[in-house]
Every structure is written in structure tokens, then in C-alpha cells.
Write a new protein. Structure first.
Length: 208
């Protein structure tokens, strides 16, 4: 099931849309909230704490305007009635075994991802170096001012649901934000030009 979920591509001819519940959405101490709210302005991270949160994740495959094979990762959290948060990213192949993650609606942050498979067959993804790109400004973002994300996804055979746990932390200041829960998936044959514009970034960044 994990192979199917992460096999989304234009060549495969299908995408993946998941819906479920996050048992917990959390954030770090109060001083982290201004930074989380700043990120939320461009759909990066979620500055809320809640339980039993309705959740969806939309992974659509297409080729972007630069010709790169791309997969959307649009996560929507209904943190309370009438309040939805989105956490957007687009994944781009960056060579064998390497993935580049552009965060937010305008792909301001380019993040290296390191995927691996755990002994129980779960997928683990750890974020690495980060670069900030905006107009003529481009620089390596210091990790001392940012966070490292660790994502673990698995398949619960008993419940027939995907499980997810995401935690973002700073080496010095500790936990920043995260969420955990479970969901089911559908695999629509929607790829390429048929992908909804609402899940695509508003700007595409050529720099990696």
C-alpha cells in the first residue's frame, strides 16, 4: 500500500487523495507562534493546537512549467469549524534517490529530503539543507534559525489505514510543530493538465 501511495507519477497515470483525522495537531512554546503564523501566510506549517482534526492530503502528479516531474503535497487541516489551514509543498525529483521539496504557495523554501525505509516497512523522510529564494535574493537558510522535519508514514493492516507522524524541531530550541493521525486514500486517474489549479503553487522556482 505504501508503494502504491508513493508511486504517484504522470507515467503511472494516477494520483492519490487521502482523507482522515489527525489525532493531534500541536505547536511548541508560545514564542514559536509568531514564526508559525508568518509561515502560515504562505501555507507553510500550522500555527494551531487541536485534537481530532479533519484532514486531507492531495498528491497530484504533473510536469511543471520547467518540465520537471512534480507531485503536490497539499495538506488541509480543519482545526475548528470555519477555520482551515493549509500546508503546501511540491516535490521534484532531484536525481536518483534524491527529492527536492519546495514549501509554500510561492516555493520560497527549497528543502532537501532524505527518504529511507524502516525495518517494519514504514517510510521515513528527514529534511536537510534549506535554501530561501525570492526575486534576486537567494541564500542558504541557517538551520540554527529553522527546523528539521521528520515524517513517518506506515500502513496499519488491521485498520486498513495509512498512519502519519510529523514532528518539526530545532536542535537548540526543541519541538516547533507537528501532527499525527491516520487516513484512507483514493487513487484518481487525474494527472498532468487535469490536475486542479488550486493545488498548484502560485509561483514556480527554477533554483534548487
Amino acid at each position: 500500500m505504501l508503494r502504491r501511495r508513493f508511486g504517484v507519477s504522470t507515467a503511472a497515470g494516477y494520483s492519490c487523495v487521502g482523507r482522515g483525522t489527525m489525532d493531534r495537531v500541536w505547536h511548541g512554546p508560545a514564542w514559536t507562534l509568531p514564526f508559525l503564523h508568518l509561515g502560515a501566510w504562505r501555507n507553510i506549517l500550522v500555527p494551531d493546537a487541536a485534537t481530532d482534526v479533519p484532514f486531507s492530503v492531495e498528491n497530484y502528479a504533473y510536469r511543471d512549467s520547467l518540465g520537471r516531474e512534480t507531485v503536490t503535497v497539499v495538506r488541509t487541516f480543519e482545526v475548528r469549524p470555519g477555520r482551515r489551514r493549509r500546508f503546501d509543498a511540491t516535490l521534484v525529483a532531484d536525481g536518483p534517490g534524491r527529492v527536492l521539496d519546495y514549501l509554500g504557495t510561492h516555493q520560497h523554501l527549497a528543502v532537501d529530503l532524505r527518504p529511507s525505509v524502516l525495518p517494519d516497512g514504514s517510510l521515513r523522510i528527514v529534511s536537510g539543507a534549506q535554501r530561501f529564494h525570492e526575486g534576486p535574493v537567494s541564500f542558504r537558510f541557517p538551520m540554527a534559525l529553522s527546523g528539521t522535519a521528520v515524517l513517518t508514514e506506515g500502513w496499519d493492516e488491521r485498520r486498513e489505514r495509512f498512519t502519519i507522524d510529523v514532528a518539526v524541531s530545532n536542535a537548540r530550541f526543541g519541538p516547533l510543530a507537528g501532527y499525527s493521525g491516520s487516513f484512507t486514500c483514493e487513487f484518481p486517474a487525474v494527472v498532468g493538465d487535469a490536475v486542479p489549479p488550486a493545488v498548484r503553487p502560485l509561483r514556480e522556482e527554477a533554483r534548487r
